[in-house]
Design a protein around this ligand. Structure first.
Ligand SMILES: [Zn+2]
Length: 281
């Protein structure tokens, strides 16, 4: 069934578990996510980047069709809406949630543009995620990892001023593959949770951050963990193993990739205490 991201994250915050937000690229990965969610009875957030499909309204329509007949709750979130055009396309495509990423702009401009998106989305029942501080790229981790981290008091002010439903915070994670060892600022996370007691928090750059760090982040107040790179890499590794056999069955090529993707996603569902948390209408 299709629900808003706000409903999924508010429940997760109240009950103290984390929600996996896998990034999908194709019908196969969408079905993989649904398969894992149904097997483990979990509410799931499907993250979709605007650039991932040449016909985004069609892709989201397909996802809506597939999840609406499922017995577990799903939200469909536009990941990193970078422009006004992305946001409008996202609304038209039928997302139940939109991330407006203005984290590389100065604070006042981030507030102004995020507020406009909230104003558009709220009447339509679409949840809004924004980002304060900036989660950079793993390849620049030596610089990005320690700069532009989220200031707790500023986060509280930002939420009040914009009315967002959840907030992505920068506490030392990075997108893609890390160059170096991730260091998570748990003290900062604790202060953010204290300053923003009613708002679910999002962690971008879950891939490669490590089981211990991610489990601890979820225990300490993160409700949504975005996963992209690591799921694809796990799929690729499974595929590479599969094609080592020169007589491999060509029909099982994509399923071998999907097996790696699914196994890694299931691993995180269990790690975040999400298993069995699906509810029915
Ligand atoms: Zn991200």
């Amino acid at each position: 069934m299709l629900v808003t991201m706000k409903e999924i994250l508010d429940r997760a915050k109240k009950e103290g578990y984390g929600v996996t937000a896998p990034n999908v690229q194709s019908e196969d990965t969408v079905r993989a996510v649904i398969h894992v969610a149904e097997e483990l009875r979990v509410p799931m957030i499907i993250d979709v980047n605007a650039f991932i499909h040449p016909d985004l309204p069609w892709f989201v329509h397909m996802i809506r069709e597939l999840v609406s007949t499922s017995s577990v709750p799903f939200a469909i979130n536009l990941d990193h809406g970078k422009s006004y055009e992305d946001i409008m396309l996202g609304i038209r495509s039928g997302f139940t949630s939109i991330m407006v990423d203005r984290s590389s702009l100065p604070y006042e401009e981030n507030v102004k543009q995020t507020k406009e998106v909230v104003k558009m989305c709220k009447p339509l029942g679409i949840s809004v995620e924004a980002e304060l501080g900036h989660v950079g790229q793993g390849e620049n981790y030596s610089v990005d990892g320690t700069s532009n981290l989220t200031e707790p008091e500023m986060a509280a002010r930002f939420i009040k001023e914009t009315g967002v439903d959840c907030l992505a915070v920068a506490i030392g994670t990075a997108h893609g593959r890390y160059k170096g060892t991730p260091h998570i600022d748990f003290e900062r996370l604790e202060q953010i949770v204290k300053a923003c007691p009613d708002t679910p928090l999002v962690l971008h750059g879950g891939s490669g951050t490590g089981n211990e760090n991610l489990a601890k982040a979820v225990r300490n107040g993160i409700q949504k963990v975005n996963l992209a790179t690591e799921l694809v890499v796990a799929g690729k590794e499974e595929l590479e193993k599969f094609i080592q056999d020169p007589n491999f069955d060509k029909w099982k090529l994509i399923p071998s990739f999907i097996k790696g993707y699914e196994d890694r996603l299931a691993h995180y569902v269990k790690l975040f205490g999400q298993e069995g948390k699906a509810w029915t209408e």
